[in-house]
Design a protein around this ligand. Structure first.
Ligand code: NAG
Ligand code: NAG
Ligand code: NAG
Ligand code: NAG
Ligand code: NAG
Ligand code: NAG
Ligand code: NAG
Ligand code: NAG
Ligand code: NAG
Ligand code: NAG
Ligand code: NAG
Ligand code: NAG
Length: 509
């Protein structure tokens, strides 16, 4: 029943047709047909190809229940159908009274701060929520929806714990119109090998100027006074090249509203990194695997990527790391725990809850990226992600053009080069006119070794590039030049098919 209610809820949001059975991508007859007779109806041929491409893309997601195929696009939790607020209460059958008895919790997402005429300005953001008291049986029913071909009962103990944890994190009840007060305390412990220093002053209490939104979110800049602790002070952002860290605690929580703010100097290099399929093995492009890797298996680093980041953190000691993923806010704690155990410390962005309809979902990455760029107009950025995110493929090269001189390097893992399971098409058009020196499509983490990033040498000349500035990785060889050469019709069909694939991918978000 519960499961049915949840499915009903999500399918109301997602109007995805039931996927067709997996069709191995065979070369459709239409594409090898020579130039058709003048009398042949082109519509028919186009229709064939559209059918085949539709079947192809649907095939990719067909091993996942249609109701959750929306998880697929750019983050396995990239799902605008997670219930919020009263929808959660209804799904779980809990009352306001039950909820009142539970403590208020605050997800305090590690912020960045910029240096302004008024002092350090910190972007405090996160969410206020309550964790309803739900029985394990109910949670298991809900978790089973996300597990394909298995169930909670069949998982190892650690798998069970993870599935239950993430499911409980999704079914929280966000609290609107709450006032949030944070205590800044300069008790940050510097980790070995980290270039980040502990702030010497700045302890203070700040009440945020706005209450939480309808979805329980808060997101606002606050200015730190230059208070002194035992004679120390905050260092101005134009007088240091080091990132200063200061802890902040949300009041009235059971100690899990803690966070660390990173005070980032006016000038320097910021590495903005996506997480799924670049820092951890997710396999978003194989939805069933993607779900299991998120709900049922420990988060695992992608190859030796942690070595590369550790090295950047020590060999470029003044670097600021910012982790920007479009995974929904509900998964933030799990992503943070993995990142801080495995990669250098840094600020964080996940998807705010008000970005919920389809068009907003497509816009969220660019929105968050613009916010970072506008906050640090004098810093240079290294952008890292993989080719399986259509929003990355659009946003990263666009930023190079929209913020001249600010994008130092773009590094994209070519996911299909090491994982033939990735059959998602991607578009490299945005890279036209960007000098090769500034970007690289790479295969394995070692390709990133020994680059002179500080001086903008971002290309390892031993890594062969195959950038066509067009759609790549399309099925049936549609992106091959060979087809273009075979007659006037194929290119046009290719364009139609591309439209269909892209349309379907947009639907899948
Ligand atoms: C640093 O920034 C402050 C505030 O904007 C400004 O008053 C000061 O002149 C700057 N100092 C330097 C060395 O640029
Ligand atoms: C949660 O509900 C169970 C069963 O109703 C009850 O025994 C337990 O005390 C509750 N826990 C909390 C923290 O409210
Ligand atoms: C889930 O795990 C994360 C990371 O360990 C933890 O911070 C969080 O509190 C847990 N959430 C729930 C609902 O148990
Ligand atoms: C903000 O919330 C507090 C309670 O958390 C309430 O007393 C106050 O009136 C609210 N402020 C505004 C501006 O709505
Ligand atoms: C804080 O005050 C101290 C002492 O006046 C000064 O040296 C320091 O530059 C100030 N820092 C900021 C962030 O204004
Ligand atoms: C919050 O505190 C816990 C326990 O000390 C720590 O493991 C975690 O990293 C802290 N989180 C942040 C974001 O600082
Ligand atoms: C979401 O809220 C933020 C502020 O928290 C606001 O800047 C943004 O425009 C909102 N986005 C949408 C799509 O409503
Ligand atoms: C600091 O960040 C805010 C918010 O993004 C931005 O409006 C402002 O211009 C930035 N200030 C400076 C001096 O860069
Ligand atoms: C990515 O790798 C695949 C498989 O090796 C290759 O066909 C494709 O051209 C590569 N893409 C880019 C942009 O180099
Ligand atoms: C380039 O890539 C190769 C192969 O992964 C690696 O051995 C080498 O260190 C990289 N860097 C340079 C500058 O060649
Ligand atoms: C770390 O950086 C140094 C200097 O740039 C380089 O020699 C070394 O190969 C790098 N190691 C890794 C693991 O990338
Ligand atoms: C280069 O990319 C095109 C378009 O995706 C593809 O058809 C071709 O096989 C690729 N070549 C290599 C050598 O990977």
């Amino acid at each position: 029943m519960l499961t049915a209610a949840f499915l009903g809820l999500v399918s109301a949001v997602m109007a995805i047709p039931a996927p067709a059975p997996v069709a191995e991508p065979t070369i459709p007859a239409a594409i090898v047909v020579r130039v058709p007779e003048p009398t042949a109806a082109p519509d028919l041929i186009e229709r064939n190809i559209i059918d085949d491409v539709e079947t192809y893309v649907e095939g990719i997601v067909s091993d996942v229940a249609s109701s959750i195929s929306s998880l697929v696009n750019s983050g396995i939790l990239d799902f605008h159908g997670f219930p919020t607020g009263t929808a959660v209460e209804k799904t779980l059958g809990i009352s306001d009274d039950d909820l009142d008895a539970q403590p208020t919790q605050v997800l305090n997402i590690p912020p960045y701060a910029n240096w302004t005429d008024a002092g350090w300005s910190v972007r405090v953001h996160g969410n206020v929520y309550k964790l309803p008291n739900v029985s394990q049986d109910k949670i298991d029913d809900l978790a089973n929806v996300f597990l394909i071909d298995t169930e909670v009962d069949e998982l190892s103990d650690s798998g069970k714990a993870q599935a239950r944890n993430l499911t409980r994190s999704i079914f929280v009840v966000q609290q609107d119109d709450e006032s949030v007060t944070v205590d800044f305390v300069n008790n940050f412990q510097v980790a070995d090998g980290s270039g980040v220093v502990s702030a010497k002053g700045g302890s203070q209490k700040i009440k945020l100027p706005y209450n939480t939104t309808e979805e329980g979110d808060f997101d606002t800049f606050v200015t730190l006074r230059n208070t002194s602790d035992s004679g120390g002070y905050l260092t101005p952002g134009n007088e240091t090249s080091r990132v200063q860290a200061i802890n902040l605690y949300a009041e009235g929580t059971n100690n899990n509203g803690n966070s660390t703010a990173y005070l980032v100097p006016t000038e320097g290099i910021t590495i903005i990194s996506d997480i799924d399929d670049i820092l951890r093995v997710t396999k978003i492009y194989e939805p069933k695997e993607g779900l299991l890797n998120t709900f049922a298996r420990a988060f695992t680093p992608w190859r030796n990527m942690p070595d590369i980041y550790a090295n950047w953190s020590t060999s470029l000691p003044e670097t600021h790391f910012h982790y920007l993923t479009t995974t929904p806010e509900q998964g933030t704690r799990n992503y943070m725990e993995f990142i801080y155990d495995t990669y250098p410390l840094g600020s964080f962005d996940t998807r705010p809850l008000n970005f919920s309809d389809v068009s907003a979902t497509l816009a969220i990455r660019r929105f968050l990226l613009d916010k970072v760029f506008q906050t640090f107009p004098n810093r240079r950025f290294v952008l890292v992600a993989d080719t399986s995110n259509s929003d990355v493929m659009k946003a990263y090269p666009a930023l190079y053009k929209d913020y001249p001189g600010q994008v130092q390097c773009i590094f994209l893992r070519n996911t299909s080069a090491t994982d033939e399971g990735d059959r998602f098409p991607y578009n490299t058009e945005g890279f036209k006119d960007i000098p090769q020196e500034r970007y690289m499509f790479f295969k394995v983490p070692d390709d990133l070794r020994n680059l002179d990033i500080a001086n903008g040498h971002c290309y390892n000349s031993s890594i062969k590039q195959n950038v066509t500035f067009d759609y790549q990785g399309l099925p049936f060889g549609l992106s091959d030049d060979d087809n273009a050469a075979s007659g006037g019709v194929a290119p046009r069909l290719g364009t139609v098919a591309v439209g269909v694939v892209v349309g379907l991918l947009a639907l899948l978000v």
